[in-house]
Design a protein around this ligand. Structure first.
Ligand code: GTP
Ligand code: MG
Length: 148
């Protein structure tokens, strides 16, 4: 089934939200297949956000994302990319519904706690960028209780 790249941003780490965010994905029924704690370089983050190069907020975004460690994760399951985005909420937390990660924990678009891949293609690119060493596969016998 589908995989998505989810990352707790430096503000989420500083605010102690790593456990809550992991817990939400676990309880929803997704399978954790990779996890990494890393203080990323600006060069690495520029690759991650390459599509946004040229936006007025791009330099500030890279500075924010390089300001401390992040927690990068790969979650697998039914419709993982789209459902991951729904769980995150809208990009601007002012528009994020309560019950979403951003809607529960954030106020400002420039401090919005968490990243999620926006398409299956981008998810695969991001997984390659953050986990070039590859991912360990394992069987989880729960899956038949989570989707058909
Ligand atoms: P990610 O999951 O982090 O990729 O967010 P997104 O897909 O919801 O939004 P997008 O990829 O368009 O933008 C990436 C990140 O740049 C956002 O999550 C914000 O942190 C930041 N960003 C986007 N738009 C703005 C903006 O207008 N102002 C500021 N300050 N930051 C922005
Ligand atoms: Mg994005």
């Amino acid at each position: 089934s589908e995989r998505t790249y989810i990352m707790v941003k430096p503000d989420g780490v500083q605010r102690g939200l790593v456990g809550d965010i992991i817990s939400r994905f676990e309880r929803r029924g997704f399978k954790l297949i990779a996890l990494k704690f890393v203080h990323a370089s600006p060069e690495h983050l520029e690759k991650h956000y390459a599509d946004l190069k040229g936006k007025p907020f791009f330099p500030g975004l890279i500075k924010y994302m390089a300001s401390g460690p992040v927690v990068g994760m790969v979650w697998q399951g039914l419709d993982a990319v789209k459902t991951g985005r729904v769980m995150l909420g809208a990009t601007n937390p002012l528009a994020s519904a309560p019950g979403t990660i951003r809607g529960d924990f954030a106020l400002a678009v420039g401090r919005n706690i968490c990243h999620g891949s926006d398409s299956v293609d981008n998810a695969e690119k991001e997984i390659q960028l953050w986990f070039p060493e590859g991912i360990v596969q394992y069987t989880n016998d729960n899956e038949k209780w989570i989707f058909e």
